[in-house]
Design a protein around this ligand. Structure first.
Ligand code: AMP
Length: 436
């Protein structure tokens, strides 16, 4: 199947061809005709499947088809994303695919001055990409009008709910017209997502490109069992001995990301950290340096890494496993994108064996374990509770993987009571601080 046969406008076909795409990806084949027909859509897709073009191309086509209102351009399409980086990336895609069309797009997110955004909104834009927090700031300052929205896209909706954005999303939904086309994308489907979509989508087309909760087949996965205190040494050795030039490394905490990045620099491996406590400028710079090859290693926390699209990223290392098993799929989805091969390596210490089990249960397969010679774990070391953040909450060994089908709380959540609720709230707060 070709892009031409999907019925997209010539200007879009030109942009797609200039982007170097030969044929639509599976999600694009299914989503583009459905969106062009004006249908609501619920899309389940792995990261890196080309879903951004899957919704952006038909969205631009439809905006060109619908009558252009007189006077100042009202915002006619709104794309909500959970993180600043993803917002910036989607906005870039909108510009790329729409470059031959007379439509204007803009992006707003937190962590940067609001004034240029106000000016941009005042000048009028057709398509707005936004994170929920900053969008609500604009709404409260009356600098935005959502009453002419024709198409609403919720990208990575699962993550927006996970980050505690549900109330913000509901506030936004109350301000957009009831009659509109709604597209919802989510890598994983929880009951919460189904509940949200039931109230939001009208007779949606359901598209699920990959099986639910599966990791990309193109990513080779391996676990290196290693003692916690020897992880850094092993990481430096892996990077050095393989001469890896571009590695995305995940840690669980912001402090851990900073410390590891500093240590790698000391080892002579150029590195930068990216997380929610960094200024937006520092985040953008770190990402640009990583993409351009100025630094070899980008050490990231989960939130900051959401939606990062780095062309042909060959290596992802889980320096620490995530507390939430689904994050593992998102992390390793940073490699093996758009048809390329990728390699995901996890350095796992005895404390993390339960997290590893949760992940293997979720992806329904065992990840090969390969002890690295000279780094075999010391069997006398006993598991300790996992520390999350400086002096912060301890993660117990049971139920680390929240069961999202029960509203983000694990099965034994009732018995854990307030403590669990507080930590869950803290997690949402931390994640929101990273994003909006
Ligand atoms: P996404 O899943 O939207 O983040 O896209 C992942 C990557 O795939 C991006 O780098 C896109 O530029 C690329 N991409 C999207 N559609 C295609 C296509 N049809 N052919 C080749 N690459 C694509």
């Amino acid at each position: 199947m070709s892009f031409e046969s999907l019925g997209l406008r010539a200007e879009l076909l030109r942009a797609v061809s200039e982007a170097g795409y030969n044929s639509p990806t599976p999600i694009q084949k299914q989503a583009i005709p459905a969106v062009l027909e004006g249908r609501d859509l619920m899309g389940g897709a792995q990261t890196g499947t080309g879903k951004t073009a899957g919704f952006t191309l038909p969205l631009l086509h439809r905006l060109m088809d619908s009558s252009k209102p007189q006077g100042k351009r009202p915002i006619r399409a709104l794309v909500l994303t959970p993180t600043r980086e993803l917002a910036a990336q989607v906005a870039e895609s909108v510009s790329t695919y729409g470059k031959h069309l007379p439509l204007k797009s803009g992006v707003i997110f937190g962590g940067v001055s609001i004034n240029p955004q106000i000016k941009q909104l005042r000048n009028g834009i057709d398509i707005l990409v936004a994170t929920p927090g900053r969008l609500l700031d604009h709404i409260s300052q009356n600098t935005i009008n959502l009453s002419k929205i024709e198409i609403l896209v919720l990208d990575e909706a699962d993550r927006m709910l996970d980050m505690g954005f549900i109330r913000d999303i509901r506030k936004v939904l109350a301000l957009v017209p009831e009659k509109k086309q709604t597209l919802l994308f989510s890598a994983t489907f929880s009951d919460e997502i189904k509940k949200l979509s039931a109230g939001l989508l009208r007779d949606p087309v359901l598209i699920e490109v990959a099986r639910r909760n599966t990791a990309s087949e193109r990513v080779t996965q391996v676990v290196h069992p290693v003692d916690k205190k020897r992880k850094r040494e092993l990481l430096s050795l892996l990077i050095g001995s393989h001469n890896w030039q571009q590695v995305l490394v995940f840690t669980r905490t912001k402090h851990g990301a900073n410390r590891l990045s500093e240590q790698l620099n000391t080892d002579g491996i150029t590195s930068a950290a990216i997380h929610g406590n960094k200024s937006q400028g520092a985040r953008t710079r770190a990402l640009a340096d990583f993409k351009s090859g100025k630094i070899r290693v980008l050490v990231a926390t989960d939130i900051a890494a959401r939606g990062l699209d780095i062309d042909q990223l060959p290596h992802v290392v889980n320096y620490e496993l995530p507390n939430v098993a689904e994050d593992y799929i998102h992390r390793i989805g940073r490699t093996g994108r758009a048809g390329n091969e990728g390699e995901a390596m996890s350095l796992v210490c005895v404390d993390e064996l339960k997290l590893l089990k949760d992940i293997e249960h979720l992806i329904k397969r065992d990840i090969p374990k390969v002890a690295f010679e000279g780094f075999e774990p010391d069997p006398s070391i006993k598991a300790e509770p996992i520390q999350n953040g400086r002096g912060g909450r301890q993660q117990g060994h049971k139920n680390n993987n929240r069961n999202r089908s029960q509203g983000g709380q694990s099965r034994s959540s009732q018995s854990r009571g307030n403590q669990s609720r507080n930590s869950s709230n803290n997690r949402s707060r931390n994640r929101r601080a990273d994003a909006a």
